[in-house]
Design a protein. Structure first.
Length: 464
């Protein structure tokens, strides 16, 4: 098969959209379907990628109806009864999952794969930035929008490729990297794996696919079966001594940190990371460890860390004043919530934290209700939205209330999405967090605008 057209079902997903941009860059005719129009799909349309939002075979462009010359890529979130997917299947098109398409691209590159139940996007985006600034560049498929490059896709002439190794649907088993990092193996996606042992076995299979002579960087304390093949294995930590770790960590007034990075062969002193939070210091150690495997210039590395501006929706500081701080984060797993809220508590000691959280998936809510309640209780106040279903149908008895009833915050509100802006308008915040992986992101800009207007009004009144 020699395709000249690519059609993506679920093109608006963060991983799918990066593939769409990749194939468009290399001259393919690219089109696709998505259920919902979003900022990302509108950006793709502005890049001359045709997208429609109705599952309708008649809307598939003629350029994508030749089975011999069209590659079909779909996300596993697409339902089996999807008529367009069934059309392509019954007409013998070449159809691959998103993970397979990424694996085929990665086969010809020196691939850095970042795996873990949380921390993938921040770590991979930082690694991509380090390789761009401090090495000979890279290509990167990111699970978020890098604020340095305003994209989820980086392209260069370099043979280096950075890819997120997603454990959902065992997608990461399509990658055979030269170097990999494992950031976390907390229980997740139990609708796919059934139990945590099966999930960790999949991580063990993933790391066994690292090429001979390659490198595994694994967070200290993670217990999975490690490969017995000819690869180099190192551990990393935020601050616990091991092969790669930070020491002499000092907070700055802006919530960022200055620290030393300890490598197996040297120490790099006085590094400052351009984004706040201890969790990002840990991510920086993992990214630096991978970059170390191909050699890095010390000063260029330090410059890259300082210049890193982060990822949209990852500890994304929207407002930061002495009177009000507003941070948006993608955290949607109990351990992610714990890490995010704890990091913010350490950054802004003594201040009141209000969290707005939207649970993601009925199964995840069911499986981790106790963990969600425990992590959210670290905030001083909680505003809890209904569950975002994503690809799932409702489950009897599973609502946000099973989390809400167990949360220990003195102040807590259970609300519908259409009530949220009125609640935000009526309250005065010290530190506000929006958290979740659903469509809570649609509220980020309206909340930012509303809070800025409040701040401006307060300032005006004070000066009158």
């Amino acid at each position: 098969m020699n395709p000249n057209a690519v059609y993506l079902i679920g093109i608006g997903g963060i991983g799918m959209s990066a593939l769409a941009r990749y194939y468009k860059h290399y001259g393919f005719f690219v089109a696709g379907y998505d259920r919902i129009k979003s900022t990302l799909t509108q950006e793709l349309e502005s890049e001359n990628i045709y997208i429609h939002y109705e599952d309708n075979i008649a809307l598939i462009p003629e350029n994508c109806k030749n089975a011999e010359h069209t590659l079909i890529i779909y996300t596993p979130a697409v339902p089996k009864e999807h008529s367009e997917l069934n059309y392509f299947t019954s007409n013998n098109f070449n159809i691959v999952k998103r993970s397979k398409a990424l694996g085929l691209i990665a086969n010809d590159k020196h691939t850095f794969a970042i795996a873990g139940t949380h921390g993938k996007t921040s770590t991979s985006s930082l690694l991509a930035h380090i390789l761009t600034v401090a090495a000979d560049g890279c290509n990167a498929f990111l699970g978020g929008i890098s604020k340095n490059y305003n994209s989820n896709l980086l392209l260069s002439q370099s043979n280096n490729l950075v890819a997120e190794a997603d454990e959902f649907d065992r997608s990461f088993l399509q990658l055979f990297p030269d170097a990999a990092v494992v950031t976390a193996t907390d229980a997740d996606h139990l609708d796919i794996y059934g139990n945590i042992d099966a999930m960790r076995n999949a991580f063990g299979k993933f790391v066994s696919q690292i090429k001979s002579g390659g490198t595994l960087i694994i967070k200290k304390g993670i217990e999975i079966d490690l490969p017995k093949s000819n690869i180099n294995i190192y551990t990393y930590s935020c601050s616990e001594p091991c092969d790669f770790y930070a020491s002499d960590i000092k907070p700055c007034n802006d919530g960022c940190y200055v620290f030393d990075i300890n490598l197996p062969d040297k120490k790099i002193r006085n590094c400052k990371l351009g984004v706040p939070g201890l969790i990002n210091v840990e991510n920086a150690i993992a990214a630096t460890a991978l970059a170390w495997t191909v050699g890095i210039d010390e000063q260029k590395l330090k410059n890259a860390l300082t210049d890193f501006t982060g990822v949209k929706r990852r500890m994304d500081v929207k407002i930061n004043t002495p009177k009000l701080t507003y941070i948006d984060d993608y955290a949607h797993h109990p351990e992610e919530l714990k890490a995010t809220i704890t990091s913010i508590r350490n950054m802004f000691t003594g201040r009141k934290i209000t969290a707005i959280f939207q649970p993601h998936l009925y199964t995840r809510t069911r499986d981790f209700a106790d963990g969600f309640a425990e992590s959210l209780s670290l905030a001083d106040e909680l505003i809890l939205l209904d569950i975002y279903p994503a690809r799932e149908l409702p489950i009897d008895g599973i609502t946000s209330k099973i989390i809400f009833d167990k949360v220990q915050c003195r102040e807590k509100i259970l609300c519908k999405k259409n009530e949220l802006m009125n609640i935000v308008s009526s309250k005065k915040f010290d530190i506000l967090l929006t958290l979740g992986a659903g469509d809570i992101d649609l509220f980020v800009e309206p909340i930012t605008k509303m809070l800025n207007e409040k701040l401006n009004l307060e300032t005006k009144i004070c000066h009158e």
